[in-house]
Design a protein around this ligand. Structure first.
Ligand SMILES: O=C(O)CCC(=O)C(=O)O
Length: 288
């Protein structure tokens, strides 16, 4: 029998996405192993897009039958920063106007940033760990609709539904302010049993910083893990904030355990001011 050469030899694998529970481990595994992933929407049961992954670029090819290709063709450019931890960078994720609008909104309710405390820790013993100011804002509170657009885009980039995201934590770092290296995922041995876990973090840089303020991954590629790392030191992979750019990294391995190399922090700002919006993404919708 003659084969139709215009058709792929094998059908793309269908990966099911539920709005209730998202098996992100499967997505990560497939991202590593496959070149093509097709996602099927449970509710409409319609194949709505296929994604082709390349090492330095993701092109989203839309074939949404009812809405048309052009309307949604809005490719995301992504650069792989590191595989250990998994970290990718999105240049130009938001525009200057969107960033400024988020800053203006956050300014009204800024307060000193707080920390989730480990067993035995107190505010006193953790003083100096996180010295920024911040505020939590949900997309629904933002009447300009900017956070809604950003949230949709993050969901598209991560392929994790936006219902799995915590509220945006908008942070301002003034000169000398920092966040010492830490994990975003909560180790149950240190924090007690967890109802859900932080899978990934998306940072949207809302400002440039003249000097300092880099996001750092001190254990990138296993570096510095064997020394007695001083959590204040700004070493390892350094990401310089640039207004509008996004940084996504995963805190968990595909098997659900914490990636020790996802340790990260913010170096002190030396000159200028740093604004960033963090979106922590959970493995379940109902995360508290
Ligand atoms: O400000 C940064 O660059 C890092 C922020 C951070 O680590 C966090 O919000 O968990």
């Amino acid at each position: 029998m003659l084969q139709d050469s215009s058709k792929p030899k094998t059908e793309p694998e269908l990966l099911e996405v539920s709005s209730k529970y998202y098996n992100f481990q499967d997505v990560l595994k497939r991202m590593e192993n496959d070149k093509h992933i097709t996602i099927q929407d449970f509710r409409s049961n319609q194949h709505y897009y296929s994604a082709s992954f390349e090492v330095t670029r993701i092109r989203i090819l839309l074939s949404w039958p009812n809405w048309g290709f052009a309307r949604f063709f809005n490719p995301l450019t992504v650069q792989i920063l590191s595989w250990k931890p998994r970290a990718v960078y999105y240049p130009g994720f938001a525009n200057a106007e969107q960033c400024q609008s988020i800053i203006e909104m956050a300014k009204i309710t800024l307060e000193p940033s707080t920390l989730a405390l480990r067993k035995g820790e107190t505010e006193e013993t953790t003083k100096g760990t996180r010295t920024s100011s911040g505020t939590f804002i949900s997309a629904s509170e933002d009447k300009s609709g900017t956070l809604d657009i950003i949230e949709e885009k993050i969901a598209r980039a991560t392929m994790i539904p936006k219902t799995h995201g915590e509220e945006f934590n908008v942070l301002r770092y003034e000169i000398g302010q920092r966040y010492l290296s830490h994990y975003d995922a909560f180790n149950p041995d240190e924090y007690g049993p967890q109802k859900s876990q932080r899978v990934a973090s998306f940072l949207l840089y809302l400002s440039d910083v003249e000097e300092g303020g880099e996001t750092i991954f001190p254990f990138e590629n296993g570096l510095n893990m064997d020394i007695n790392y001083n959590f204040k030191e700004c070493i390892g992979l350094k990401v310089k904030p640039r207004q509008g750019d996004g940084l996504l990294f995963y805190s968990l391995f595909p098997n659900g355990t914490i990636d020790q190399m996802s340790l990260h922090g913010s170096c002190p700002v030396i000159k200028g001011e740093k604004w960033v919006a963090t979106k922590w993404i959970r493995n379940q919708e109902d995360y508290y």
